[in-house]
Design a protein. Structure first.
Ligand SMILES: [Zn+2]
Length: 110
């Protein structure tokens, strides 16, 4: 991976980390409004899991200059398709997980 791709990936991951941190603070803020408490807890723990993976991924990239782009989705563990990796070399999630998270965040923002 060249320096530009690497920096783009770190930038992308930083953006995602910020996004999920913001998301966690939002769901914590609205905790009492959640009717389904177990859904709230699931949401909190899965977001914390994704955040943790993103931080690990960032650490790995920073540690290595020649790190190849990630092969597996940080969320579901499925292999990220070549097509997606070519289009978005910094992608850390598969297409399905990525659109699922975008959907959740759009719901929350609306
Ligand atoms: Zn996935």
């Amino acid at each position: 991976m060249n320096k530009e791709v690497r920096n783009a990936r770190i930038k992308s991951i930083n953006g995602q980390i910020k996004y999920y941190e913001n998301y966690i603070s939002k769901i914590k803020f609205f905790e009492s409004d959640w009717i389904d408490q177990s859904f709230y807890e699931d949401e909190l723990s899965s977001t914390a899991y994704v955040l943790n993976n993103l931080r690990n991924q960032k650490r790995e990239i920073e540690r290595s200059n020649e790190n190849s782009s990630p092969e597996f989705c940080i969320d579901c563990g499925e292999r990220i398709s070549e097509k997606r990796k070519n289009a978005k070399p910094w992608a850390v999630m598969c297409t399905d997980c990525s659109s699922e998270y975008e959907r959740i965040h759009q719901d929350l923002a609306s």
